[in-house]
Design a protein around this ligand. Structure first.
Ligand SMILES: Cc1cc2nc3c(=O)[nH]c(=O)nc-3n(C[C@H](O)[C@H](O)[C@H](O)COP(=O)(O)OP(=O)(O)OC[C@H]3O[C@@H](n4cnc5c(N)ncnc54)[C@H](O)[C@@H]3O)c2cc1C
Length: 385
């Protein structure tokens, strides 16, 4: 008898399962995707969307169409509670959905509670669609005098955001000013050469870098730093790292230290064999997996296969994280900075490589017609698998 497979969140780790949803349906199963949004935005191209290099339609997957064209059901809602004993999901629209097998790919959130980031001029970098909202807000006010953008967070996302906010302001604002508050050290853990190249690239554009301190709190369009300094801003973009949403802990499902659903190497809950997961929202037992999309993308075929096995039987595959992945930052000036292990590449070529990988990824999972007229803007943008 057919079973009910429910995918929660149409993120980067579910794309292969979504693209092959017909396989589950043809075997007599029901397949449903529950997602907070009809589109999924590819974060590798998010900073380019902020600067205007890409339009929103160029960086998003129409996951509703992906599902419906393959015989599945799409529900636009967020799951608020999971009841593993009853095998039920509770949604924010008051509906309930029963499942035989459920898989979670609900991403991560930027924790801002301690920063008191409640103003509409303070924008977190997740969900990625926020970057488009930020662009519009900044554009609507940038023609008037100085536009001061503050970026909180000195990791790869913060650096890309600062660099691409600079491009946006440079092209549209009368007097642009970008400040990056980087925490302890900008690009900590990244090869020193890549870090120096990034600092030089930002400094050449007079982007102010503040290291050794963090943003402590926001109030009245001012950021108070941990050393007491106060930096006024017109817009703040918050890229202080991510953590899994509270859903699993709130539902009493075992979680890892970071709050992600605790899964084994088969990407299966350590407590509930009917639950699977991938991407930023899981915590893999016995290993530390960085919250980067590269891992989410690599989990795709494993998750797709293991869901098939959970429905029909067979042998599951295991996910082994590869710590030696490549990252490329879009520096907002037509150049990129790429690193893998100790190899570092800087310049137009790194950017072209990023753009090639990103466009190929978009094409691979896009439903027909969505990418029509996908022409590049003035420069070219990634991810790196
Ligand atoms: C600016 C920026 C740039 C980045 N660049 C890179 C990069 O170049 N390379 C790299 O490897 N990583 C990069 N990352 C990290 C990357 O974004 C994450 O690791 C990646 O998004 C994780 O994918 P995911 O599928 O787990 O989550 P997401 O991409 O966040 O997808 C989760 C999906 O689940 C949906 N959802 C959430 N909650 C619910 C709910 N309760 N019910 C139903 N649906 C829900 C969301 O709407 C979303 O569509 C970047 C991050 C940022 C912020």
């Amino acid at each position: 008898m057919g079973k009910h497979l429910v995918l929660v969140g149409g993120g980067h780790a579910h794309l292969t399962a979504l693209a092959n949803l017909g396989c589950y349906v043809r075997r007599g199963h029901r397949a449903t995707l529950i997602s907070s949004f009809r589109h999924h935005y590819y974060s590798g191209m998010g900073p380019g969307m902020l600067s205007g290099l890409y339009e929103p339609r160029q960086v998003r997957f129409n996951i509703q169409r992906m599902v419906q064209e393959r015989g599945g059901q799409f529900i636009e809602a967020s799951v608020t509670v999971v009841d593993p004993a009853a095998q039920k999901l509770y949604l924010d629209n008051d509906a309930q959905v029963s499942y035989d097998i459920a898989s979670f790919n609900i991403g991560s959130i930027v924790p801002t509670a301690e920063l008191a980031a409640t103003d509409e001029h303070i924008i977190t970098v997740k969900p990625i669609l926020n970057l488009y909202k930020a662009r519009n807000l900044i554009l609507s006010q940038s023609a008037r005098g100085i536009t001061r953008v503050l970026v909180a967070g000195g990791g790869p996302a913060g650096v890309e955001i600062a660099a691409n906010a600079w491009k946006l302001l440079h092209e549209n604002a009368a007097t642009p000013a970008v400040t990056l508050v980087a925490g302890n050290q900008i690009l900590r853990g990244v090869p020193a050469r890549a870090r120096h190249l990034a600092v030089a690239s930002l400094a050449a554009r007079r982007i102010a870098i503040v290291e050794g301190v963090r943003v402590h709190s926001f109030e009245n369009r001012c950021a108070t730093l941990t050393d007491g300094r106060i930096i006024p801003f017109d817009f703040a973009l918050v890229a202080v790292g991510v953590k899994p949403p509270p859903l699993f802990r709130a539902s009493g499902i075992p979680v890892g230290e970071d709050g992600g659903m605790s899964v084994n190497g088969r990407l299966q809950s350590t407590a509930h064999p009917q639950l699977f997961g991938g991407g930023d929202c899981i915590s893999v037992e016995g290993c530390t997996v960085a919250k980067v999309g590269v891992h989410a993308v690599r989990q795709n075929p494993i998750l797709k296969h293991n869901l098939e096995v959970a429905l029909d039987g067979g042998e599951m595959k295991r996910f082994t994280p590869n710590p030696n992945y490549m990252l490329i930052m879009n520096m907002g000036d037509g150049k990129g900075i790429m690193w893998k292990k100790r190899l570092v590449l800087n310049g137009g070529l790194a950017f072209l490589l990023k753009n090639f990988i990103d466009r190929r990824f978009m094409k691979r999972f896009q439903v027909s017609g969505e990418l029509k007229d996908f022409s590049m803007g003035s420069g070219e943008g990634s991810w790196s698998l």
